[in-house]
Ligand binder design. Structure first.
Ligand code: ATP
Ligand code: MG
Length: 225
């Protein structure tokens, strides 16, 4: 059983929300329109104005998985997601272009009035709630701070307010959500943006179709930087 890959459109995996919104202008610069909006159409497979390219809409943290297994030829994912994915699944994803979209930073935040620096100096064991378990573990290991990591899937800001954790590791852009919940940023771990990721086999077998799109993304991301 062989699939005629030449007839198959290239598949780009991305998440709806900010990554989808910030990818549209990059596609537009490559001359590609996306007629439907995943928020309103609820479709998970979206055609584009280029018959050789379709989009699939998946959860942000699932994008690397679709690309790694070749269900998508390429995808767009935050460095936060890529770091967690590669720590759990190994490398194997080609990451040619930093698109400079969905920019934010991964940081440590605590409740207003909690003396984080003093707790660190005293060598206290800290309870840290986060969705970014691998990045958090590595950060505190590098600092030589003992932590108990509590894995959460969302609304991390709540954890210090109800005594689940002393600190959180979360993504911050404006800091508005932290302020609204009386939390303060005490440490930046790493700046975050989204990268183009490419399936290794697709890169070899479909490079004639894929490379022009990779180049177009690279040009568009530079010109918008
Ligand atoms: P879900 O909301 O479905 O649980 P998610 O939180 O991972 O998933 P988004 O909130 O759309 O999905 O975030 C997708 C990506 O956008 C993140 O992986 C990160 O790289 C980036 N991102 C997250 N929060 C921000 C932010 N406040 N500002 C800019 N970029 C962000
Ligand atoms: Mg989110």
């Amino acid at each position: 059983m062989s699939t005629p890959t030449l007839d198959k459109p290239l598949t780009l995996a991305l998440s709806k929300g900010r990554i989808f919104e910030e990818t549209l202008p990059l596609l537009a610069e490559a001359g590609i329109d996306v007629p439907e909006n995943p928020e309103s159409s609820r479709k998970l497979i979206l055609p584009t104005s280029d018959p050789g390219l379709r989009l699939i809409i998946v959860r942000a943290s699932d994008v690397p998985t679709y690309v790694q297994y070749g269900a998508a030829d390429f995808g767009i994912a935050g460095k936060d997601v890529l770091f967690e994915h590669s720590a759990e699944n190994g490398g194997g994803l080609y990451q040619p272009v930093d698109l400079n979209i969905a920019r934010c930073r991964l940081c440590v935040a605590v409740r207003e009035g909690f003396d984080y620096q003093e707790a660190v100096l005293q060598g206290s064991r800290l309870r840290v709630a986060t969705k970014y378990v691998q990045a958090a573990r590595e950060h505190f290991a590098r600092k030589g701070v003992y932590v108990d990591i509590i894995k959460l899937y969302g609304s991390m800001e709540l954890a210090p307010l109800v005594g689940l954790a002393d600190a959180i590791v979360d993504l911050v852009s404006t800091g508005g959500t932290l302020r609204a919940n009386h939390l303060v940023e005490v440490e930046e771990i790493v700046p975050i943006s989204s990268r183009l990721i490419v399936n290794q086999a697709s890169l070899k077998t479909r490079s004639r179709d894929l490379q022009p799109l990779i180049d177009a993304f690279a040009r568009a991301s530079h010109s918008s930087a």
